[in-house]
Design a protein around this ligand. Sequence first.
Ligand code: NAD
Ligand code: IPM
Ligand code: MN
Length: 356
Amino acid sequence: MQADFVLLPGDGIGPEIVFQAKRVLTTVAAAFGHEFRMTEHLMGGCAIDACGNPLPDETLEACRRSHAVLLGAVGGPKWDDPRAKTRPEAGLLRIRRELGLFANLRPTKTWDELLDASPLRREIVQGTDILFVRELTGGIYFGDSGRRPHASGEEAWNVMTYSTGEIERVVRLAAQAARGRRGRLTMVDKANVLEASRLWRQVSESVVKNEFPDLQYNVVLVDAMAMHLISKPRDFDVVVTENLFGDILTDEASMLPGSLGLAPSASIGSGGPGLFEPIHGSAPDIAGQNVANPLATILAAAMMLRYSLQLEQEAQAIEAAVNKVLAAGGRTRDICGGGEYLSTTEMGDRVVQALA
Ligand code: NAD
Ligand code: IPM
Ligand code: MN
């Protein structure tokens, strides 16, 4: 089959890790007889530098015309001035919104071969298999915000808003995913304090009761969830939550298998092109050193083949290649436990070899 992918390498380690994912996609295309056309475009800080806009029209149009988009990461200290007119992250938020990507799937699964890389004890994390479904185009990220003078200087605000429809569609998607897994759905909120969470609780309960009575359903407050994730991660199957809680909990959960550098994500929802990316950022502290872990991005490319093109076999081939490399002891610096490690490029080489 023929497919058009837009690659958005972005900033920091973005270009290093996307390059490895590109090699993997090229290898898969050759092995399975597909033609993947991949074109690179600017988004983030690099786009601000080139044209003053973190999401140039040309990039957005190319994404709209594509089958799917693979992103590295955006942002970095160069663009962090709080008084700057725009920010790299604004481009990312805008593309999520423009493409209607209201559901962000963030799987967290441990690898037996890697259990020693986890900061937690083996008997706690072994067998963890959670699918987080993070709402991605609403909430405090997109609510009213601003600044105004205040007696003490200034005050600033960000508003969290959710509508019934926004909650229903993402809960429905999560519930459907739970049906195809172990049949358990957890909804995480802060309904003891936030009005928006109380609407989440009401709407979510009614969707599950009316449409998914077969699921085992529970609700957990977000502060307690942060604790349960560390103490009993195996108790969870699908976890659905609002935008900001999902952002924070999934970075926390990424440490269960051992590193942020292993966690991929798929942003979907509209039926149009999806956006696939690692959950981590541009890692300015290690950018340009060829030490970043490319596996999160490579696994995001597998999710791209699965969700955008229904190429399940090809997606599994990439995942199997990653498993094989990890089982053979292939480690980047973030998961080497102080021992020997592979560079970003060498890790890419290993995955490509395992696929071939
Ligand atoms: P980060 O995720 O970039 O890094 C956090 C820590 O994890 C760092 O120590 C980093 O070295 C490490 N890390 C991240 N990815 C890694 C990988 N693949 N391999 C090995 N180690 C890895 O978070 P941060 O430092 O808080 O943010 C840096 C910039 O990234 C900020 O500008 C932020 O806004 C941006 N950001 C972008 C995205 C995105 O584009 N989707 C996501 C998160 C953060
Ligand atoms: C992520 C990032 C983004 C988010 C930022 C960079 C806008 O942290 O993709 O998790 O908060 O959604
Ligand atoms: Mn994040």
